[in-house]
Design a protein around this ligand. Structure first.
Ligand code: NAD
Length: 338
C-alpha cells in the first residue's frame, strides 16, 4: 500500500485530495494547524502540526516503519485578493518557512516524490485577448503580488532540492479553484465563493457589491478537476511546473451572471472599489494535457455543485444561535485570486 503525506489537509483542496488518495488505495496522513472545518477527514492519521517549525515538519514526515512514497505540499497561509494585499508579511514569512522546512524534511527522510502547489499568481498581468502564456514564460518574472513571488521562490527551492537530493518534484500552478467545503466567508474567501455567498444572502431582485468593474478575466477550476490534475501530474513523468486550470475564461460579470442563474435569482450588481489583482489571465494547459488530464466541469456545472452548498451554509448561519437574519449581501470578501 502506498503511503502519502498531505500537508494542509485541514484546508479546502488538500481535504478533497485526501479523499481522492484514499479512493486510489493509499494510506494517508494529513497534517495541518486545524482539522477540516466542514466534514471529517478521510485520512488514516491526522496530526495538528505547525509546518513553519522544522520540528513540525520532522514529526509530519516521521513513520515508525519505512517512508512516505509521496508528499503533497498544499499548506499555505492564503486567501482571496483582500487577504493577499493586507497580509503580505505574514504570507511571505509563513509560506517561505513552511516550504523551506517541509522540503528539507522530505529530502532528509528520503521521500522519492514531492508535489508542490504553486499558483498562476507567479505570472505577470496580461492584456485581455493576449495569446496564452506557457510555463516557461513565467520568466522574466513579474508577479503582481508577494504571494506570487513567494510561490515562485518556493518552486525554485523545490526544484533545487530535487536536483541535489535526487528525488522527483512535481509542481502545479493552480488557477482559481472553487467547490463545496471551500472558505466562503470571513475575509479569506475567493471570488466564486464570495459571489455565491452574496447571491445566497441577497433577495431575488436585490443588488450585491462586487469589487472592481466586472471586466477582470479569470478561469475557475472545480475542485474535483483540480484534485484529478494534482494526482495525474504527481504520477506523471512531467518535470518542471505545469499549469492546471479550466480553459473557460470568463469576466467577473459573467461569473456573477452564472451564479445568479444557478440560484434562480435576478441580481443587480454595484461595482465598488476593492483589490482585484491582475486584469487578465490566459495560460496554456498543453503540459498537463499531455498526462491525459482535461477538466470535466464547465463553470456552470461547477457552480451548480457549489452554490447549493454555500446557500446551505448561509442559511445554517442565519438559523444559528446569536446570528440575526440581517446579514448584509455587501459584506466583505469578493477577493480574486490567483
Ligand atoms: P486553504 O487555506 O483552504 O488550505 C491551506 C491549509 O494550510 C489551511 O488548512 C491552513 O490551516 C494550512 N496551514 C497554513 N499554515 C500552516 C502551518 N504553518 N502549518 C500547517 N498547516 C498550515 O487553501 P486551498 O485553497 O486549499 O489552497 C491549497 C494550496 O493551493 C495552497 O498552497 C494555495 O496557495 C494553493 N493555491 C490555491 C488556489 C485556490 O484557488 N484555492 C489557487 C492557487 C494556488
Amino acid at each position: 500500500m502506498k503511503k502519502a503525506l498531505v500537508c494542509g489537509a485541514g484546508g479546502f483542496i488538500a481535504s478533497h485530495l485526501v479523499t481522492r488518495l484514499k479512493r486510489e488505495g493509499y494510506w494517508v496522513r494529513g497534517v495541518d494547524l486545524k482539522r477540516p472545518e466542514f466534514s471529517a477527514t478521510a485520512a488514516d492519521d491526522f496530526r495538528l502540526l505547525d509546518l513553519r517549525e522544522p520540528g513540525g515538519c520532522d514529526s509530519a514526515i516521521a513513520l515508525e516503519q519505512g517512508r512516505f512514497d509521496e508528499v503533497y505540499q498544499l499548506a499555505a497561509d492564503m486567501g482571496g485578493m483582500g487577504f493577499i494585499h493586507s497580509a503580505e508579511c505574514e504570507i511571505l514569512r509563513n509560506n517561505a518557512l513552511i516550504n523551506v522546512n517541509m522540503i528539507h524534511a522530505a529530502a532528509r527522510a528520503g521521500v522519492p516524490r514531492y508535489f508542490f502547489s504553486s499558483s498562476v499568481c507567479i505570472y505577470r498581468d496580461m492584456e485581455p485577448g493576449e495569446p496564452e502564456l506557457t510555463e516557461a514564460e513565467a520568466y522574466p518574472a513579474r508577479p503582481d503580488n508577494e504571494y506570487g513571488w513567494e510561490k515562485l521562490y518556493a518552486e525554485r527551492v523545490a526544484l533545487a532540492f530535487g536536483r541535489k537530493y535526487g528525488f522527483e518534484v512535481r509542481i502545479a500552478r493552480f488557477q482559481n479553484c472553487y467547490g463545496p467545503e471551500g472558505t466562503w466567508t470571513g475575509g479569506r474567501e475567493k471570488a466564486p465563493a464570495a459571489i455565491c455567498r452574496k447571491v445566497a444572502e441577497a433577495m431575488d431582485g436585490g443588488t450585491i457589491d462586487v469589487w472592481g468593474d466586472g471586466r477582470a478575466i479569470r478561469s475557475y477550476t472545480y475542485v474535483d478537476d483540480m484534485v484529478d490534475g494534482i494526482y495525474a501530474l504527481t504520477q506523471s513523468s512531467l518535470r518542471g511546473p505545469a499549469n492546471i486550470g479550466s480553459p473557460e475564461y470568463v469576466s467577473v460579470a459573467q461569473l456573477v451572471k452564472t451564479v445568479a442563474q444557478v440560484a434562480g435569482k435576478t441580481i443587480g450588481v454595484k461595482y465598488v472599489e476593492g483589490p482585484v489583482g491582475v486584469q487578465s489571465r490566459n495560460f496554456s494547459n498543453e503540459r498537463i494535457y499531455s498526462t491525459g488530464w482535461k477538466s470535466r466541469y464547465s463553470l456552470r456545472d461547477g457552480i451548480a455543485r457549489t452554490y447549493p452548498w454555500v446557500d446551505q451554509q448561509v442559511h445554517a448561519r442565519r438559523a444559528g444561535p446569536g446570528v440575526g437574519a440581517g446579514v448584509s449581501a455587501a459584506a466583505g470578501g469578493g477577493g480574486l485570486t490567483p
